[in-house]
Write a protein that binds this ligand. Structure first.
Ligand code: DX5
Ligand code: ZN
Length: 230
């Protein structure tokens, strides 16, 4: 079956109400989210702390679709089984998180989960051809990881375009993470991305009690991205 290259919007629950994660996940899916993006931070690889596998396991019953787990942790390998058991569908690790990304991707694949490779804005594509047989997704960070609400780094658009050419017809998603808005989504969609993570731009103006803005925000990003693809 060919890869689904349609635009998929993946709200990051980093921008959700931390006292209400289950309801927030249900709300964004009801409002049109395709995937739910879960940002795991360790206060070491990135300068912020969020949550771990127990939170992912608790969220799993509240997410009907894809649970997309972005690991901003180092080391990665000792935690892979815990996130797989917690019900992640995609487990993404950073190239920069250690010296053995090839082994890490093998370990993720061995759990039966989809393997993602994330690249910081300062990282080039040099290592990617050697890893393409092991990945189901490449995540191009368009901010430096650690916090929501940062500005999109425009220099990454050329990297997305080069990555798209490198991937060819392999069944690999290109995900964009950081600063995705109605204004920036068209740039990366035109360059070849298909999964757009968005935190602030999805959750702004809404709440569990008033989820309609989530739907409007998701639809606006999707329409802008699809229009840019032509
Ligand atoms: C940043 C995270 C992102 C972040 C995106 O380290 O990986 O997923 O939450 O948030 P926005 O869309 O607000 O830039
Ligand atoms: Zn993320």
């Amino acid at each position: 079956m060919p890869l689904d290259r349609s635009i998929k919007i993946a709200p990051s629950i980093l921008a959700a109400d931390f006292a209400n994660f289950g309801a927030e996940c249900r709300a964004i899916e009801a409002q049109g989210a395709d995937w739910v993006h879960v940002d795991v931070m360790d206060g070491h690889f990135v300068p912020n702390l969020t949550f771990g596998p127990a939170m992912c396991a608790a969220l799993r019953p509240h997410i009907a679709g894809v649970m997309d787990v972005h690991l901003m942790i180092a080391p990665v390998d000792p935690c892979i089984d815990a996130f797989a058991t917690a019900g992640a569908d995609v487990i993404t690790a950073h190239l920069e998180a250690g010296p053995h990304i090839h082994r890490t991707l093998q370990a993720i694949r061995s759990t039966g989960k989809k393997a993602g490779l994330a690249l910081n804005p300062g990282t080039g594509l040099d290592a990617v051809p050697q890893l393409l047989d092991l990945v189901d997704l490449v995540c191009v960070m368009t901010v430096n990881p650690g916090f929501g609400g940062q500005s999109f780094i425009a220099s990454q658009v050329a990297k997305v375009r080069a990555l798209r050419a490198m991937i060819g017809d392999r069944p690999i998603h290109i995900e964009i993470d950081g600063g995705v808005t109605v204004a920036t989504a068209p740039l990366v969609a035109a360059a070849g991305a298909d999964v757009l993570v968005a935190g602030s731009a999805v959750f702004k103006g809404g709440s569990v009690g008033n989820p309609a803005p989530y739907g409007a925000n998701i639809a606006a990003i999707r329409v802008a991205a699809e229009a840019a693809r032509g």
